[in-house]
Design a protein around this ligand. Structure first.
Ligand code: HXC
Ligand code: NAP
Length: 268
């Protein structure tokens, strides 16, 4: 939790920051002085996250909002700025996932993931823009190896996260002159997360995933948070438009091995 990078008097907004990797990111910024705002659908998760984040001794607040609802997202940003001032760091990480063959899911199932991951990211980026500190804001999209590693049972997530990385790269160009930096972090397989519970549901699959990671271990939410704090620190001031894997080298080895094993468990 202790980082060489400090965020006192900085406003950090984490979309989807109430569980898993994103909550880990929020906690690390709070532990290092940041005033952290989280937003997700469940009011209970928002309340619990705010309680945890406040325990670090700095300011925290939260909003119950669905990233598919542009007006609700816009409201969260304007209320944040009224209370905490302009946003220094934006992390956009709300996402949904389930394993299903493209032809086994309904059009609405495919659309749900596109709407949360891709359109929702656009909503977050679009609504935050007037409130980002210029110059100086750091924007981080949470991507996934699916953005560039094709995986069975993940057509919806692959399509959505590839789009998220293209948002990173196009907005790094459009916002560069205002000194807003935009980067993606690509987490690998991260232990104790909802994502891994859904895609690696058995001890055998988890073990196979571990073996397929060059560093031979799963990552932690702190690993991802450390990268987020680095990218939001002054030493990263010339990094923009980067797609940064934090995955123990997993994407180099194909990563799709996880889904090859899961396919065998799916109904024919
Ligand atoms: C096929 C499914 C399905 C499944 C839902 N659907 N689950 N289809 N297989 N397992 C279909 C539903 O039948 C419905 O279609 C449509 O998807 C929308 O479902 P709802 O439940 O109405 O949607 P909603 O309440 O909006 O929930 C969205 C969700 C849900 C994505 C389906 O799972 C969710 O809220 N997930 C958030 C948490 C999460 O997924 N965390 C993991 C992120 S990990 P019909 O046609 O019936 O209406 C990640 C990357 C991990 O992103 C990478 C690891 C390496
Ligand atoms: P998680 O715990 O389910 O986190 C998802 C977060 O997004 C939750 O806070 C959830 O809260 C929120 N959320 C979901 N749908 C939302 C919506 N429509 N509107 C607003 N908020 C919404 O999952 P995780 O595994 O930690 O994943 C976090 C991020 O890391 C995701 O972007 C995922 O794609 C990425 N990732 C994860 C892994 C992994 O190994 N787990 C690997 C690569 C990438 P509510 O339910 O309250 O809305």
């Amino acid at each position: 939790m202790t980082s060489p990078f400090k965020f006192h008097d900085k406003t950090i907004f984490v979309a989807g920051g109430t569980s898993g990797i994103n909550l880990g990111i929020a906690k690390n910024f709070a532990a290092n002085g940041g005033n952290v705002v989280v937003m997700s659908r469940s009011q209970d998760k928002v309340d619990a996250a705010v309680e945890t984040l406040s325990s670090y001794g700095f300011k925290s607040m939260g909003f119950s909002a669905d990233v598919r609802d542009y007006d609700a997202v816009e409201n969260a940003f304007s209320e944040t700025v009224k209370a905490f001032g302009e946003i220094d760091v934006l992390v956009s990480g709300a996402a949904g996932n389930f394993p299903a063959r493209a032809t086994d899911m309904s059009p609405n199932a495919f659309k749900s993931v596109i709407d949360i991951d891709l359109l929702g990211s656009y909503h977050v980026l679009r609504a935050s823009y007037p409130h980002l500190k210029k110059p100086g804001a750091s924007v981080i999209n949470i991507s996934a190896p699916q953005a560039f590693v094709p995986m069975q049972l993940q057509s919806h997530v692959c399509a959505a996260k590839a789009g998220v990385d293209m948002l990173t790269r196009t907005l790094a160009m459009e916002w560069g002159a205002e000194k807003i930096r935009v980067n993606s972090i690509v987490p690998g397989p991260i232990k104790d997360t909802e994502g891994m519970a859904r895609l690696a549901p058995t001890p055998a699959i988890i073990e196979a995933v571990k073996q397929s990671v060059p560093l031979q271990e799963l990552g932690s939410a702190d690993d991802i948070a450390n990268a987020a704090m680095f990218l939001s620190s002054p030493v990263a001031s010339y990094i923009s438009g980067a797609i940064l894997p934090v995955d123990g080298g997993w994407s180099l080895s194909g990563a799709g091995v996880m889904m090859d094993d899961l396919v065998k468990l799916m109904p024919k």
